[in-house]
Design a protein around this ligand. Structure first.
Ligand code: DGY
Length: 322
């Protein structure tokens, strides 16, 4: 029987359809997760590895001599050395469809809560401060504002629909411009990167982390943004220069930010923690039970599809499959 290793506890319900066909190893609910070193010790004996919050780097791939599929529990898979995996013919699986709704919803929640100061008011009221400011522009309604979406994939498109439901105008940038039909369908305007930066009242990031996107949002970007604008990041931390962001927020170069992801998770720069014009959540955009169950099923379907000789849609390097 083929053996699948999972780095964190997952509900039995997700594994049940494979009973008798595959042998699974995952930590108990109490233990919650295997460390990188624990996985490293075990990996040689497995046919597939599903990664939740761990690394699939070159060292791990080299050790995993019998591995025929490696999967990440997420649409992003920058924690796997996928280039090396491709080089050695190892299929990499992700969960591109099941995170969309929850992640887009969280991005929109960050847009609203950041522009309306929800987290700041929550912090104040818990300290006994009843701050109900009249005639100030401390917060900003989202209705009628321009949202700039950077990255117009599944999540970016879903954010677009939701933001339009709130009365926002939407512009977008993507390295691969959408077709005319898609732009019409979404009633969305394409702009070059710099134009989105200059024209948006709020920029929301939905691009993958690849080396060319490293710090694509940086001090220069913040200087080019309106000083009344906000930044939301529910993509990957290192797309933004976190130090430059903290400085831009402190100096009021931009008005506020909402972040779900950070450059050095689970560490958040102390500079950000000290600021009041930033809303922070701990990389939980896709953390609803529905999304997580879906992600687990999508990843396992991809893995078993590969093990059974198929070509599942969620293999990100299909060129390695015959
Ligand atoms: C994703 O889908 O990449 C998320 O970041 C996983 O939590």
């Amino acid at each position: 029987m083929k053996k699948i290793l999972i780095s964190e506890w997952v509900p039995q319900e997700c594994l049940a359809p494979y009973e008798g066909k595959y042998e699974f190893t995952c930590p108990t609910r109490e233990k919650r997760a295997f460390s990188y070193d624990e996985v490293y010790e075990m990996i040689e004996a497995y046919d597939a590895y599903l990664i939740l919050d761990n690394d699939g780097d070159k060292k791990m791939i080299d050790r995993a001599k019998n591995l025929r599929a490696i999967a990440n529990f997420g649409v992003g898979y920058n924690n796997i050395d996928w280039k090396y995996a491709t080089q050695v013919g190892l299929p990499v699986v992700n969960t591109p469809t099941t995170v969309t709704e929850a992640t887009a919803e969280h991005a929109v929640a960050l847009i609203i809560s950041t522009m309306r100061g929800i987290a700041r008011y929550d912090r104040e009221i818990r300290k006994g401060i009843w701050n109900s400011p009249n005639f100030t522009d401390i917060d900003c309604e989202v209705y009628g504002r321009t949202l700039g979406i950077m990255g117009f994939g599944r999540i970016g498109k879903m954010v677009c629909k939701k933001a339009q439901g709130l009365g926002m105008q939407v512009v977008y940038y993507d390295k691969f411009r959408a077709s005319e039909e898609i732009e019409k369908e979404y009633n969305v305007t394409y702009m070059e990167f710099d134009e989105v930066v200059k024209n948006s009242d709020c920029i929301t990031l939905h691009m993958p982390y690849i080396p060319e996107n490293h710090h694509i949002i940086n001090a220069e970007t913040f200087r080019a943004m309106k000083d009344s604008a906000y930044l939301v990041n529910a993509a990957r931390g290192a797309v933004v220069d976190e130090k430059a962001l903290a400085e831009a927020l402190r100096n009021k170069t931009i008005k506020g930010a909402g972040l779900d992801v950070y450059e050095d998770e689970p560490n958040v720069s102390p500079e950000l923690l000290a600021l009041d014009n930033v809303t922070l959540t701990p990389h939980i955009a896709s953390c609803t039970l529905k999304a997580r169950m879906g992600m687990c099923r999508e990843a396992l379907a991809g893995i078993t599809g590969v093990l059974e000789g198929g070509k599942p849609y969620n293999v990100v390097n299909p060129e390695v499959l015959k």
